[in-house]
Design a protein around this ligand. Structure first.
Ligand SMILES: C[S@@+](CC[C@H](N)C(=O)[O-])C[C@H]1O[C@@H](n2cnc3c(N)ncnc32)[C@H](O)[C@@H]1O
Length: 246
């Protein structure tokens, strides 16, 4: 399901979508506004209708797979090109081909792009990707030299998508289904593009020296026990932070 919103309501609409779909949603710029979309069922459709009323867009009914293609456009982030299988990458880039299936993470969302920026600035090491979704950050990490790479997610379709995408990109990712409270594997660096509440809950469960976080707005700043804040990036009202073990 998708909604079209004018620029004046964009920030409020994004905040609503974060609450309605904490597992993730997509965003594309349109003339005079933005389109926000989430993979959802009838219950999600009802929630969208409740919050957006007449602003609700057309249903993604028959042929929704094709319709999703409008949200899956290639992006360049530093040395990385992230795009769908039906697009052609330019030369001299590290190519990350993502077919998200029903998992979040085409690479185009600002929070994903901000995490990709930080990953390119870190010294490659072992990597834990918490909330791997389509596997986009795990795969980019592996291509950048991080090893081993473990991706965890609370949703089974994300694990399936991460494994499929890792295979088609020719990289090795250990993708594991976890519950929100499960212990997590240790790694030198971790990346977590999840909600701010989940990011804050994560710090105590994590054994990583470096932590890249995102999934929240520039007006928000996670407070992470045991970590000190090192850097911050922002894009289209979304923020990403780098933390180091205190
Ligand atoms: C916004 S998507 C990020 C996907 C991808 N990493 C990216 O950056 O594009 C968030 C993902 O985190 C997962 N998730 C949410 N809370 C989680 C938690 N506490 N532990 C692990 N995964 C979580 C969701 O199922 C979803 O796949």
């Amino acid at each position: 399901m998708s909604v079209h919103v004018g620029l004046a309501r964009a920030e409020e609409a994004r905040a609503t979508m974060v609450e309605l779909f904490p597992e993730g949603f997509e965003e594309v710029d349109e003339a005079g506004g933005i389109e926000l979309a989430a993979y959802t069922d009838a219950a999600g459709e009802e929630r969208l209708w409740h919050f957006f009323g007449s602003a609700r867009g057309d249903e993604v009914e028959a042929g929704w797979e094709d319709r999703w293609r409008i949200f899956h456009r290639p992006v360049h982030v530093g040395r990385l090109w992230i795009g769908p299988p039906w697009e052609q990458a330019s030369e001299d880039v590290l190519v990350v081909v993502i077919d998200p299936g029903r998992a979040f993470g085409t690479g185009s969302h600002p929070t994903t792009q901000l995490c990709l920026q930080f990953l390119q600035e870190l010294e490659p090491s072992s990597l834990l990707d918490v909330g791997c979704g389509s596997g986009v950050l795990s795969i980019a990490g592996a291509l950048l030299g991080f090893h081993p790479v473990v991706g965890v997610d609370i949703e089974a379709p994300s694990i399936e998508a991460t494994r499929d995408n890792a295979r088609s990109n020719g990289v090795e990712i250990d993708a594991r289904l976890v519950r929100a409270e499960d212990p997590l594997p240790s790694a030198e660096a971790a990346v977590a593009n999840i909600s701010i509440a989940s990011v804050e809950a994560l710090a105590g469960r994590l054994d990583a020296r470096l932590l890249v976080t995102s999934g929240y707005f520039i007006s928000e700043q996670p407070v992470l026990s045991g970590y000190r804040h090192a850097d911050r990036r922002a894009m289209n009202e979304w923020a990403s932070d780098l933390y180091e073990r205190a």
